[in-house]
Write a protein that binds this ligand. Sequence first.
Ligand SMILES: Cc1cc2nc3c(=O)[nH]c(=O)nc-3n(C[C@H](O)[C@H](O)[C@H](O)COP(=O)(O)OP(=O)(O)OC[C@H]3O[C@@H](n4cnc5c(N)ncnc54)[C@H](O)[C@@H]3O)c2cc1C
Length: 434
Amino acid sequence: MSKVYDTVVVGAGMAGLVAARDLSTRGRSVLLVEGRDRIGGRTFTDTALGGQLDLGGGYVHWTQPNAWTEMERHGLEQVNPPLESKTLYQLADGKVHTTEEARTYELVGKLFADARKRFPLPFNVGAVDNGDINDQTLEQRIDSLQLSKHDSDLIKGALGGLVHNYAMHGSTQLLFAVASNFGSYAAELETAGTWCITGGMKKLSDAIQDESRAELRLSTAITKITDSGSGVTLSTSNGTEIQAKTAILALPINTMRHITITPSLPPSVRKMLADGNPVRGSKLWVIVRGHVEPFSAMAPAGQHPLNAVRVEKRWGDNTAILCMISDSDSIKHDDHEAVQKALRLFVPDIEVIDTAWYDWNGDEFSQGGWMMHRPRHFLEGAVQIRKGHGRISFAGADIAAMAPCTIDGAMNSGAAAAVQVENILNGQKIRPKV
Ligand SMILES: Cc1cc2nc3c(=O)[nH]c(=O)nc-3n(C[C@H](O)[C@H](O)[C@H](O)COP(=O)(O)OP(=O)(O)OC[C@H]3O[C@@H](n4cnc5c(N)ncnc54)[C@H](O)[C@@H]3O)c2cc1C
């Protein structure tokens, strides 16, 4: 008879790594199953352009309790900021501006003015009834301010590095993110996207896995999971079965939706999975000739291919620029001339030498980028799925209760799912995480 594990954790991204580590170091027998031939998930430090670059999630912050605790635990608490920008270029109403930063943050402040009232206790997302904005899109929220095209574009540019399409995302996830960052969108941006680990995010994922006692099975995709009431059976794409007492699915919602889960999930979760994560963005590294003066740029999604641009670091005699792209299809990432043309909107004489990126949308194990919920799901499907489903628990940045969409959120939800499973294994009543 095949081995029956205490838990099978599916997905070796930051959520699954933490869940498997926590349970296995508490003495549970854990199998960590991963579809790709590597761990780390949507964090991916790769050799590119003659150096090590984070092609997925790369930034963490000391105000993120889970990420920072893991960093300290593994002696990695050395983070670096990008070069200090001398100029911020902003595309608004078809023109590039260089003096609108203060006004932009004033406008963004208006957009999120009610964030802390709506989410006064971020650890309890349902503390206040936000039913009136459950269906509100970011676009509707921006439109409700009745701004000129110029001002509306300033706001849209400031959100450009996070969104895919303003009309597709609900407003609640960003309101929550701002609320949990002291009501400040600037703080949210700094937390989510400024400080990177020396040596890349791989150092952190490797360190967590090194500490884990879980058995790791790479290149194994899960296609089906059945909870019989007394145990779970997982089917793999190569036709094998795995038995366990419990399971944790630590997956992007865009891949989780392809797994047949029995008994079927509650309607709000099924709807969230069916609608999926609309983000089809990417992160593009560009090497430009010489030591260019540090600058940043913002452009509304849908109006320019590069939506958040920042001179990041010196790259030998040249310069590395980070570009967040809202819609990956808007530019060919390896077409140097196209990238150069897009950058020249801001800095006319800039010369592109090389580029590097990763296709998160085309990869069958992500099928999309970072998480930005459609309307409703942040307050409904994501809340419901965190309660667990019989012997199956769920984890991941996409459904995280705290810091959704981030590495910190993935870790938070992985740790919470491990506690949930521990309680099931101990025959205790499950304390749902809201
Ligand atoms: C380009 C980009 C930039 C980002 N920048 C930042 C940033 O700077 N800071 C930040 O905090 N966050 C950032 N994020 C978001 C962050 O990287 C993710 O939210 C986080 O890493 C997700 O972790 P996870 O464990 O929840 O999911 P994942 O990392 O996606 O892990 C899920 C794992 O499950 C595996 N898997 C999927 N389907 C199956 C299956 N059927 N069977 C078996 N295995 C499967 C996958 O291969 C993957 O390893 C970024 C994301 C992207 C894409």
